[in-house]
Ligand binder design. Structure first.
Ligand SMILES: [Zn+2]
Length: 122
């Protein structure tokens, strides 16, 4: 029996984290647009141009991270809706409550996660 799967506080937490991540994503997209506009005005010297490029790269990296979080959160929320939340996607075993409380988006049990992490990157 997987108690955490029906835990409303986890569901609430996922929804809240999703809302926060989406807000952060639109802020970052706006920052990226502003950086691109600064670039487009052509009034900047080479040094500030370089700074803008560096800034853009770091914003893009942040956007990538946030988008990944959003995907994980959405997938956890949809697993919750379909009743498969809390079950390992790989072996089907119930994921430990402690693990879900620490990582609400966990889709794998710890042994499967560790197995995957020990595999060489493709
Ligand atoms: Zn597993």
């Amino acid at each position: 029996m997987i108690m955490t799967a029906n835990n409303p506080s986890i569901s609430f937490r996922l929804q809240q984290e999703l809302a926060e991540a989406e807000a952060a994503l639109s802020r970052k997209r706006m920052e990226l647009r502003e950086a691109s506009e600064k670039h487009a005005t052509g009034l900047t010297d080479a040094v500030s141009m370089g700074n803008i490029e560096t800034e853009k790269v770091s914003i893009v990296l942040e956007i990538t991270t946030i988008s990944g979080n959003i995907a994980n959160l959405r997938s956890a929320i949809s697993r919750m809706a379909s009743g498969t939340y809390g079950k390992c996607l790989r072996c089907g075993t119930g994921i430990a409550n402690k693990r879900l409380l620490a990582i609400p988006t966990a889709a794998l049990c710890r042994p499967c996660q560790e197995t995957l992490e020990s595999l060489p990157n493709q």
